[in-house]
Design a protein. Structure first.
Length: 149
């Protein structure tokens, strides 16, 4: 299998997961607006999208699985509806990834999606990496999260 076919298959799986989950689940508990000091945002690596990420519960817990909310906009501030949105990450300083497999499970609003299955099992500097495919093209966004007691 070529690298392009492997990437296409991965993107199709992620997109299928987003579409299959739909909007038939309850909205997660926690704030629906950004949490001061906890929201991480910026432009994607190639400058195609603006991305913001925040914990759904308004806190960053250590040692338990929790959810995050990711919002995507184009550079004019319009919500972006990706054809695929993936998430991974880990602790670069320790050389390991997550002990869970975080994934985008559903759309909450135009350009806003729920990421479930994040677990920071220890304090320190973590990264959350988002892979974005949408009309403007493919891009990535890496956000640093400081997790501490």
């Amino acid at each position: 299998m070529t690298a392009y076919r492997a990437i296409a298959l991965l993107l199709a799986c992620v997109c299928g997961t987003i579409l299959a989950c739909g909007d038939n689940q309850a909205t997660p508990a926690g704030p629906t607006s950004p949490t001061p000091g906890l929201e991480k945002s910026g432009e994607s690596r190639r400058g195609l999208y603006r991305v913001s990420l925040r914990p759904a519960e308004g806190e960053i817990p250590i040692g338990r699985i929790h959810d995050w909310i990711v919002s995507l906009e184009d550079l004019d501030g319009r919500p972006v509806e990706p054809t695929a949105l993936s998430v991974d990450g880990g602790m670069p300083q320790h050389g390991h990834g997550f002990v869970t497999a975080p994934r985008v499970t559903r759309k909450l609003a135009p350009g806003t999606f729920l990421v479930e299955g994040v677990k920071f099992h220890m304090a320190g500097t973590w990264t959350l990496n988002l892979g974005i495919s949408a009309a403007a093209g493919r891009d990535v966004m890496g956000l640093t999260v400081e997790v501490g007691p």
